[in-house]
Design a protein around this ligand. Sequence first.
Ligand code: NDP
Length: 268
Amino acid sequence: MLGFFAVYGNPIVHSKSPFLHNYAFEKLGLSGYYSRILLDVGANLRRNFLSNGLSGANITLPFKEEAFCQCDEVRGVAQNIGACNTWVLESRKHLVGYNTDAQGFYECIKEYKINNALIIGAGGSAKAIAMILQSHNIPTTLINRSAPNLGFFADKGFECYVSSEFKPTCSYDILINTTSAGLNDNVLPCDEAQLKELCSCAKYAFELIYGKLTPFLALAQSFDLVCADGKEMLINQAALSFELFCKQKFNRDNLDIQSIKAFMGEIS
Ligand code: NDP
């Protein structure tokens, strides 16, 4: 038995992770089972994981920073991000934390011809994306509607601006919306005129939200940018976590990603 796995978050009922992981277990004939757990208090994350006898977990909003702090060892790019979305139990008691959001994003854009990037937003996902872009030497600027969350990025050497004070002095090849603007409302992540100016010079637009045409993506499409939403990133991070859970690499063709994408399209 490979073990029991789960995704932690609050809210969690909307999570597609159980579908993705159970689909992969079944497809590959592996005896694992993946569930979802609603957690009220982040401080209880580790205790809950161990008392449920889990072998691994994904951790989503708002507990990724807690997951970083409560594991025994952090590996890879997660060390610079300060947030983990994946836990794997080793030797029955050693809890190892990873961040697969970062690589999951990078796999979506690695074929793009990008000399520089602009990230809109400064939350947890912006950290993952900024750090993976930095690790690939892609100069990255951040803008956010408010100042406090920009401190993390300024400390790491990124150029950062509060959106309302931002006057683009150069063009950016890719615009990445990491804000939740457009998720439950119909708003752009920053000023419309500013975004139009940025779109007029960009080649690519990436929206982390998936399953809907957000105002950001609609605007980018109207400028004929190459556009992507967050569906593939979600699938990539799940596949990377899955490989960590199973402690082996898989040929992604065997996971029938196209069927997963089609199914995700139907249910989103
Ligand atoms: P956080 O809560 O950590 O950060 C949210 C960010 O959005 C902050 O910078 C916040 O600004 C900004 N923001 C929120 N509302 C608005 C608004 N109306 N206008 C402008 N800025 C706004 O969230 P995450 O970074 O973890 O997630 C962000 C989005 O990315 C979510 O929609 C999430 O679903 C999606 N996501 C998708 C993934 C995928 O695999 N496709 C993976 C991870 C996240 P401020 O600092 O001022 O509060």
